[in-house]
Write a protein that binds this ligand. Structure first.
Ligand code: SF4
Length: 368
């Protein structure tokens, strides 16, 4: 059982930016972390070098633009996902975490002031009333790992739930949903769970929650009125992977299909920098090739086969077509797997339509 306290024990010190000193929720959060020393600073640059690591929490305002576009990859189809930086950095320590390659000397940052980000999302939604806006807080950290302490997701759920075209996704590898269950209006909030077979979680996903914990949390979320999503990303081709993934998908059978907002699939991929940080990992023994975006992936034929297999398991489990999409994949792979591109697939065309006023980071692979 992965408990919140065991995660909190990881931290040694808290730095707080003066600009958020007046926020009421700071006091509540610091109460929950009262065993830790707190130092107030004017600027992040004042954090001494010895504390520039993941054992330090830095509580800040939202300087600059925290709402952006998911960094799509050159040559790969963009799914028009909007990201919000809320919790930057993560202590779960997955072997494959891309942040290992660029966030080594950084504290875990919490953007405590949610107002600017929420306003920006509402503005985007109002300019795109005819489109589905998917927005998530789990791009640069786990959406729920520290949320029971800081309670930032509540602000987003409350403010965004009246908008029928906003799907807010909180993505996690924990089971920390209890603090959100009692909220009155959930709108289209989606609690997203990244999943892998238990064996692979134990091997590659550091101190993240177990598979059973995540599935149980998904059930609870649905029972309390949330939509859920599942992310099989990264998929690994190790040992009896077919059997393991089939079993994992099978264990989701009691989640009703109309409560699943979407399922995403992505195979293991890495940059040169990440490979250096990962050290020796058995999954690296498979054959990987460099792709147009500079990332290394399994061969195109191999990836297509993996996706087709996983898709078949998903279609076996739920009869109506749940939106299933590929994360950062090429047009060729989309065609190999689905025979079509996302805008030609009925259940995907709405979520893949680009929001006006938020430019896609990649011009390559634009689909509208
Ligand atoms: S949960 Fe996500 S952000 Fe955290 S270490 Fe794992 S891959 Fe990185």
């Amino acid at each position: 059982m992965s408990s919140l306290n065991s995660y909190i024990d990881h931290f040694k010190k808290i730095y707080v930016a003066e600009e958020v000193r007046h926020l009421r929720r700071l006091e509540t959060a610091l109460q929950r972390l009262r065993h830790l020393p707190v130092i107030y600073i004017d600027d992040k640059g004042e954090i001494p070098g010895e504390d520039m690591n993941s054992h330090t929490l830095f509580i800040s305002g939202s300087k600059g633009e925290t709402v952006g576009h998911c960094p799509a990859s050159r040559g790969h189809l963009c799914c028009n996902y909007i990201t919000v930086d809320l919790y930057l950095g993560c202590i779960l320590n997955c072997s494959y975490c891309i942040m290992k390659s660029y966030l080594n000397f950084a504290p875990i940052t919490i953007y405590l002031d949610t107002e600017v980000a929420i306003k920006r999302i509402i503005e985007i939604a109002e300019n795109n009333k005819d489109r589905t806006i998917r927005v998530g807080t789990g791009e640069v950290g786990d959406s729920l790992l520290l949320d029971p302490v800081f309670r930032l997701s509540e602000d987003f759920i409350r403010a965004l739930s009246p908008f029928a075209n906003i799907f807010l996704e909180l993505k996690t590898k924990t089971h920390f949903v209890d603090h959100l269950l009692g909220l009155e209006n959930k709108g289209n909030t989606v609690i997203g769970f990244s999943l892998n077979p238990e064996k692979l979680i134990n091997r590659y996903e550091g101190i993240a929650g177990t598979l059973a914990e995540r599935i149980q949390a998904a059930r609870k979320s649905v029972e309390h009125g949330y939509l859920v999503s599942f992310h099989f990303d990264p998929l690994f081709l190790t040992g009896d992977w077919q059997h393991q993934y089939a079993q994992t998908i099978s264990s989701l059978k009691d989640i009703p299909q109309d409560k699943i907002a979407w399922i995403s699939l992505g195979t293991m991929r890495y940059t040169k920098e990440l490979k250096q940080k990962m050290g020796s990992q058995d999954f690296l023994l498979e054959e990987f090739i460099p792709c147009r975006d500079g990332k290394y992936r399994y061969l195109q034929k191999t990836r297509s086969g993996v996706y087709r297999y996983i898709l078949k398991q998903i279609r076996k489990r739920w009869r109506s077509p749940i939106p299933v999409y590929l994360c950062m994949e090429s047009q060729a792979v989309w065609r190999n797997v689905f025979g079509r591109l996302p805008h030609e697939i009925a259940e995907l065309s709405a979520i893949f339509k680009e929001a006006r006023g938020v430019a896609c980071a990649s011009n390559q692979g634009r689909i509208i």
